[in-house]
Design a protein around this ligand. Sequence first.
Ligand code: MG
Length: 159
Amino acid sequence: MFRVGIGFDFHRLKEGKKLVIGGIYIPDEKGFVAHSDGDIFFHALTDALLGAIGYGDIGELFPDTEDKWKNADSSIFLKEANRIVNTAGYEIVNIDGVIILEKPKIKPYREKIIENTANILKIQKNQIFIKGKTYEKLGELGKGLGAECRVVVLLKRKI
Ligand code: MG
């Protein structure tokens, strides 16, 4: 039996903040404004995993009102979502994500992000794919005021 999950995340970008996507530090003058490290890929992926089994969402499990999640490494959320999915009797078939960021380009970091995510989830690199897109300078996100991520995950029941 298969189950599909979708995840979305958005964070504002600001000068002097750290830009971390998929647990990989990306040097840029701007970074995420967030309670945790603001990792849009890990947040969207965490929500997709939890949503696929109807467990809840990242905000319920890790409230941004709690001090212990301040500046948290978002791999913690992802690891916990993966543990919940596995405990529920499911395993990941594949993950596909879109990172919408005006700059810098995601492609030079793609391999690192995929490798890091595969290590955290204990799956193969070829089960994960991500691509970067832009809003072609249109609107607020096109001006680089924020970045978003959309992720789809497919799970299957473990035999
Ligand atoms: Mg978030």
